[in-house]
Write a protein that binds this ligand. Structure first.
Ligand code: NAD
Length: 496
């Protein structure tokens, strides 16, 4: 099968939309910039309203075609074929992810692309074994009835994803949406169009009926993202990104009473009790604060350490964070890459300045590393640790989304739970303790969608994922995804 997108890969390449089974371009383009050194990776087509409309119409038409009659086993086979396709082009996906984000190669290999494959396989396996409820009902009229629940696709799902884990977060939504028999119009972040375009190529090669999967590139407000959320042909929107954007999307879809699933921002806490395995807690918090340069929604930017071990913990985390090697993906020793863009770096640096104004002690970092080469044109910052801020400081309450944490001492279980919960967000928390009952007790009282005990970032894709408060709406993962991506119809049958 001819693969149009390949014609333009390599130097001077152009990332195009994938609409109704073909790669199409639009006149307006924007630059895809590598945050390691500011070079342009590719030009990207910006979808206009007409292109978004074509994509939604194509998806609606496909919904009424052979896709509607497909069986779960057939869709599972397609999902496995897509996973096979990603596996076959594993290195291309790694390269695309690294070019867009500048992250260490090892992360793109072991996390991003690997999870992209796992997302398709997980939902392929789940869909073939998904059942539904059935109740035997004895009514007042003496009749006997069976109530059973039928799962149907929603229709066309609009998917809008962010830049921080581009392939992982996009496929986390595409896979269950297709598994449930929906058609999709997906818009990846304008910062990371590369791996999404490769995914469209793989889906094309897998032979999915045309129109089932559509990809549009472009920006959010008053652009492709908003055109998609405003489109009356969309049945539901699933979105991962900033809480503020989620709120805007919610207003946009309110008139049409569209279903939404939101995975939003966080200001996550790590809580270290004095009885914790000290070294494991230091390593755990190091990971939870600095993985992916702090650009994971689950990262902990607030760290609470019980007073008897506070000074020792701060010193240990400082030493470990100063051993993080910041550098380009090609550097085999680099464990942290740049931020996604100079624009995002400006935001993070504004918090670095604000922390000082708010009275923070800068334990380490707080600045931009200087390399003396092309990386100085990139978007790097130093891993940064603060102490000494009040719980109401903006740096302790607002999501920064960079490699930074504030460490504060605490004096007891009730106190720390109150401080952890006193947040506008409620995505995740990690608790470090060897006291078994305390761990469960604290997990029960923390108001977040996810709690890790003596762990961080371990994900079983069958478990519910999502946040409370400003961190989101609904849960995805396992059967929770299948629930979101399906319309449930109850059928009541008189049997006697
Ligand atoms: P963002 O909200 O700026 O953008 C996300 C996506 O929304 C992009 O594709 C963007 O183009 C689009 N968009 C922006 N404005 C829009 C509008 N008005 N209408 C429609 N679409 C619009 O977020 P980001 O900066 O790309 O990502 C970082 C944020 O994502 C952080 O807040 C992070 O915590 C959050 N996040 C949450 C999770 C989670 O699972 N809870 C996971 C990853 C990232």
């Amino acid at each position: 099968m001819k693969l149009e997108a390949k014609e333009v890969t390599g130097a001077g390449r152009l990332f195009r939309h994938y609409v109704d089974g073909s790669f199409v371009d639009t006149a307006t383009t924007f630059a895809d910039v590598n945050p390691v050194d500011g070079t342009v990776v590719a030009r990207v087509c910006e979808a206009d309203e007409q292109t978004v409309d074509r994509a939604v119409r194509a998806a609606r038409a496909a919904q009424r075609g052979e896709w509607e009659r497909s069986t779960p086993a057939q869709r599972a086979a397609w999902l496995h074929r897509i996973a096979d396709g990603i596996e076959a082009r594993f290195d291309d996906f790694v390269e695309a992810e690294v070019a867009d984000t500048g992250r260490p190669l090892v992360q793109a290999r072991t996390l991003d692309v690997t999870r992209g494959i796992a997302n398709f396989r997980t939902f392929a396996n789940l869909i073939v074994s998904a059942g539904s409820e059935c109740f035997e009902t004895h009514a007042a009229d003496g009749g006997e009835y069976m109530n059973y629940v039928m799962r149907k696709p929603l229709g066309v799902v609009g998917i809008i994803s962010p830049w921080n884990l581009p392939l992982l977060l996009l496929t986390w939504k595409v896979a269950p949406a297709l598994a449930m028999g929906n058609c999709v119009v997906a818009k990846p972040s304008e910062e990371t169009p590369g791996s999404a375009t490769l995914l469209a190529e793989v889906i094309h090669e897998a032979g999915l009926p045309r129109g089932v999967f559509n990809l549009i590139h472009g920006h959010g407000p008053n652009a492709a993202g908003e055109f998609l959320t405003r489109h009356p042909g969309i049945s539901a929107i699933t979105f991962t990104g900033e809480s503020r954007t989620g709120s805007t999307i919610m207003k946009t879809v309110a008139d049409g009473v569209k279903d939404v699933s939101f995975e939003l921002g966080g200001k996550n806490a790590a809580v270290v009790f004095a009885d914790a395995d000290f070294d494991a807690a230091v390593e755990g918090v190091l990971k939870s604060s600095f993985t992916n340069a702090g650009q994971v929604c689950l990262c902990s930017e607030r760290v609470y350490v019980e007073r008897p071990i506070f000074e020792r913990f701060v010193a240990a985390l400082k030493a470990r964070s100063e051993a993080i090697r910041v550098g380009a993906p090609g550097d085999p020793d680099a464990t942290m890459g740049p931020l996604i863009s100079r624009r995002h770096r400006e935001k993070v640096l504004s918090y670095f300045r604000l922390a000082v104004e708010e009275g923070a002690t800068v334990v380490t970092g707080g600045d931009v590393p200087l390399f003396g080469d092309a990386r100085d044109d990139g978007a790097f910052v130093q891993p940064t640790i603060w102490t000494g801020l009040s719980d109401t400081a903006r740096c302790v309450t607002e999501e920064i989304f960079g490699p930074v944490c504030h460490i504060a001492p605490f004096d007891g279980e009730d106190e720390v739970i109150g401080r952890v919960n006193d947040s506008a967000y409620g995505l995740a928390a990690s608790v470090w303790t060897t006291h078994l009952a305390r761990g469960h007790r604290v997990a029960k009282r923390i108001q977040t969608g996810i709690v890790w005990l003596n762990a961080w970032f371990v994900r079983d894709l069958r478990t519910p994922f999502g946040g409370t408060k400003l961190s989101g709406l609904g849960r995805e993962g396992g059967r929770h995804s299948l629930d979101f991506y399906s319309e449930l119809t109850n059928v009541c049958v008189r049997i006697a």
